[in-house]
Design a protein around this ligand. Structure first.
Ligand SMILES: C[S@@+](CC[C@H](N)C(=O)[O-])C[C@H]1O[C@@H](n2cnc3c(N)ncnc32)[C@H](O)[C@@H]1O
Length: 296
């Protein structure tokens, strides 16, 4: 297994995703002889995981779990949070609008918990590269360990430095640059340096509109074009069976009076399968500002 390549069977050293329920999953490092406690009982790695196929149902003493192949999307909903992270709704828009594809070279800062990084790496593999910058030493060290553990270490370089002062550590190589830091306007010049001479795409994620305004001003000052700020809001619909009252249109005019009187009362409800909209309005995550560096 690797986060960038699918494998059929679970091997020692893999990171598997244990599915407990739709909104509860946990990553597990598979080790011979190890055990993992879940709310449904214990998983014994040697007997229950190693050599079994991904997607298998594992019986525990108080129930069962599924063991899933890791993906960036499953990692995003199960990773240990060291920072606020980006979720798949924003990530999917970022991936498309930055025009990422296999072979792309991407610069990113800050790395944070590596949620977006894993998605970028999967998209640009097997020949692309991610240069990611994180100025918090412990976070940089931890995320680098995770990349190796997830067998994608060769696709990424982690630099422990301040992107606003020292930039991305590369120049003229990137197809795309991404910023998720409190003061992205200070890093715009470094994004420009990192991007290829023939141009490229940039994206900045900011929760506040004042940050967006300053970033757009900096992008314009540095010659970026096609500025566009968007917000993506996800609505998940629940599938439900509901009972609806049948309207009463009165007696049937085609049948005679006697028949109408003898008729037993019709069913007053009907049961249908439908989807319901969320009761809560989706919350604001952040604004995504995209721009293009033109060919120079
Ligand atoms: C919100 S987190 C990024 C989350 C990441 N996008 C993810 O999906 O997991 C922001 C990170 O940027 C780092 N950071 C903030 N300012 C920075 C700077 N000037 N240079 C490098 N890293 C910075 C912080 O330490 C933090 O880890």
């Amino acid at each position: 297994m690797s986060f960038a390549e699918y494998a059929d069977c679970i091997r020692e050293g893999d990171v598997a995703i244990v599915y407990l329920s739709h909104d509860s999953m946990m990553p597990v490092k598979v080790q011979r002889g190890a055990q993992t406690q879940t709310r449904y009982g214990v998983i014994r790695h040697s007997q229950d995981l190693i050599g079994h196929k991904y997607g298998s149902k594992v019986s525990c003493s108080k129930g069962w779990v599924y063991v899933l192949h890791p993906t960036p999307e499953l990692w995003t909903v199960s990773l240990p949070h060291r920072t606020q992270i980006l979720y798949t709704t924003d990530i999917s828009m970022i991936t498309m609008m930055l025009e990422l594809k296999p072979g792309s070279v991407v610069c990113e800062s800050g790395t944070g918990s590596g949620s977006l990084s894993h998605a970028i790496i999967r998209t640009i593999a097997p020949s692309g590269h991610l240069h990611t910058v994180e100025f918090h030493a412990k976070r940089a060290e931890k995320v680098e360990e995770e990349f190796v553990e997830h067998r994608v270490g060769h696709l990424v370089t982690v630099r422990n430095q301040d992107v606003c002062k020292e930039g991305f550590g590369v120049s003229g190589v990137a197809d795309a640059a991404f910023l998720d830091i409190p003061s992205p306007w200070d890093a715009v010049v470094h994004a420009k340096t990192a991007l290829k001479r023939q141009g490229g795409r940039v994206c900045s994620f900011s929760p506040c509109i004042e940050q967006v305004q300053r970033t757009c001003a900096a992008l314009t000052d540095h010659g970026f074009t096609e500025l566009c700020t968007i917000e993506v809001l996800l609505q998940v619909h629940d599938v439900r069976t509901v009972s609806l009252p049948l309207p009463d249109f009165g007696p049937d005019s085609d049948t005679n009076e006697e028949q109408n009187q003898n008729q037993s009362s019709p069913a007053s409800t009907t049961t249908i399968k439908t989807t319901t909209t969320p009761r809560e309005i989706p919350g604001h995550t952040g604004f995504l500002t995209f721009a293009t560096k033109p060919r120079t």
